[in-house]
Design a protein around this ligand. Sequence first.
Ligand code: HEM
Length: 159
Amino acid sequence: MSIGYYISVFVHIVCGAFWIGGMLFLPLIILPGIKGHPDRINILYKTGIKFRFYGWVALSILLITGLLNIYLRGLPFTWIFFEKTNYGNLVIYKFFIFISIIIISAIHDFFIGDKAIEAMQKNLNPKLKYIARWSGRINLLLALIMAFLGVIISRGGNL
Ligand code: HEM
């Protein structure tokens, strides 16, 4: 395997770890850690906005390195390859789950997130907070499935 391939998989793993780690850090560390803090909602908003930016950077790099992983392994980008091989099938599953992650992230980050924070500040409409919370949890679950599929693909894709 070329050094380029190793670097691509390395960057892919680091971005996956960053994104999954961030989605675990918020509910497990930040939220309990700032419980009862007078400026809690503002801290949540500020950290959410920061993670949103780097999260989208990580997702973009994951897509680029995901495709590079295939190319640098010397595998063909043909429909026959994706349709007829286990490796190819798993990449297709990953791609569609990734599209779902992008859609849920966009709704969470650009439509629900801000409104939920606003509603929390005014103690209104708790439903928004739950939609924000559950869309985040669904994305975390999908990201863990992506990582698991990735581990299988990297080892040849044979289940
Ligand atoms: C949330 C997004 C993603 C996460 C968390 C993720 C995670 C991972 C992980 C943990 C591995 C295993 C690395 C190893 O064991 O060596 C991997 C491998 C891989 N991923 Fe992803 N991935 C994501 C998105 C994508 C996307 C969008 C694609 C392409 C369309 C992709 C294609 C691949 C490929 C082809 C491999 C195998 C690399 C090889 O040939 O060894 N991934 N991924």
